[in-house]
Design a binder for this molecule. Structure first.
Ligand SMILES: O=C(O)CCC(=O)C(=O)O
Ligand SMILES: [Fe+2]
Length: 323
């Protein structure tokens, strides 16, 4: 049985609905239950439509299907976190090499910066489709953060949203990335995998996987269990920043994408889309949160150096890319 709960997000948007308040309180508790145990949840009935995801997959496919020399003209720029990440360039687990390609859109790209080198001639709709989709993801992530804050009983229900108010600007690391896992060659070296074991770095992640499978999530017995694709759902998981911020109450769970044994699946391309939500750069993420019931309202210890979201993520990114 799948150990990742499914939570229904319907009626979590329209404040004029009868019962809206009690509904988001109940949904918040379910989210908290899932994210403080498994660290992952499937959200169903979100406003994200399958045709939006199909549109993103189409424009990104136009890029991934281009020749290597064309793609490398848009080679990933570390400073801007923008561009094409070639096979094995980024390795999230230092013991393994990731057999995947990606296209990252960091802050400046999500801010619509036209001066970046956009691959217009490979995909004329890429710019618009990606930016529109990131806006949809931003809205969903804000609503998840709000409902979660309500479930957690934070004194200020909008606290998380306030700490994510600079998404898609240079003051925040939020990133949209499209992943392309090519067919796996028969002679792939054993130290290569689709995506190595890792936890995400930010506050939370929205993940849209296709129906190929391969994502595995660690359970409480330290076993990796399939997170099977469920049509129409968005996978949401907690990242390291939010785990640290909540003093470990929310779990940043390890996960990976395996290379399947089944030869027909190995020959199939796997696609996923990942929206990594990060707190604003200046957010101190080792400072306890303030709860409505007064729990945990202790100040950061005088000896403990405040860590900002910026410092935390910079360290993680520096460790995972070959510059
Ligand atoms: O491709 C996937 O399903 C997982 C992607 C992921 O975990 C990541 O990019 O951090
Ligand atoms: Fe991840």
């Amino acid at each position: 049985m799948n150990h990742i709960p499914i939570v229904d997000f319907k009626d979590c948007y329209d404040e004029t609905l009868v019962g809206y308040r009690s509904n988001i309180e109940a949904t918040g508790k379910l989210l908290l239950d899932a994210l403080s145990t498994v660290g992952f949840v499937y959200l169903k009935n979100t406003p994200i439509k399958s045709d939006e995801i199909a549109a993103v997959n189409k424009v990104t496919e136009e890029i991934f299907h281009a020749s290597s020399s064309e793609k490398n003209k848009f080679e990933w720029d570390a400073k801007r976190n923008f561009g094409y990440v070639s096979l094995t360039r980024e390795n999230v687990d230092p013991k393994k090499t990731d057999y995947k390609e990606a296209f990252n859109l960091g802050a400046e790209a999500l801010d619509g910066d036209m001066s970046l080198s956009w691959p217009h001639h490979l995909s004329s709709d890429f710019y618009k489709v990606m930016i529109d989709f990131s806006q949809t993801c931003k809205q969903l992530s804000h609503q998840v953060l709000r409902v979660l804050a309500i479930g957690m009983g934070l004194k200020d229900e909008d606290f998380f949203i306030k700490c994510h108010s600079k998404m898609h600007t240079g003051q925040n690391y939020t990133t949209l990335r499209s992943l392309y896992y090519p067919p796996v060659p028969k002679d792939l070296p054993v130290n290569q995998t689709r995506l190595g074991v890792h936890s995400d770095y930010g506050s939370l992640t929205l993940l849209f996987q296709d129906d190929v499978g391969g994502l595995q999530v660690e359970n409480t017995q330290n076993e990796f269990v399939d997170a099977v694709p469920i049509e129409g759902t968005v996978v949401v998981n907690i990242g390291d920043a939010l785990e640290s911020w909540t003093l470990g109450k929310l779990k940043s769970t390890k996960h990976k994408v395996i290379i399947p044994d089944d030869p027909s699946v190995r020959e199939t391309v796997r696609r996923s889309l990942v929206y990594f939500v990060h707190p604003d750069h200046d957010t101190v993420i080792n400072k306890p949160l303030v709860y409505a019931n007064g729990d945990n309202a202790i100040e950061i210890k005088k000896t403990q150096k405040p860590i900002t979201a910026f410092e935390h993520t910079r360290r993680k990114l520096d460790a995972s890319y070959t510059y």
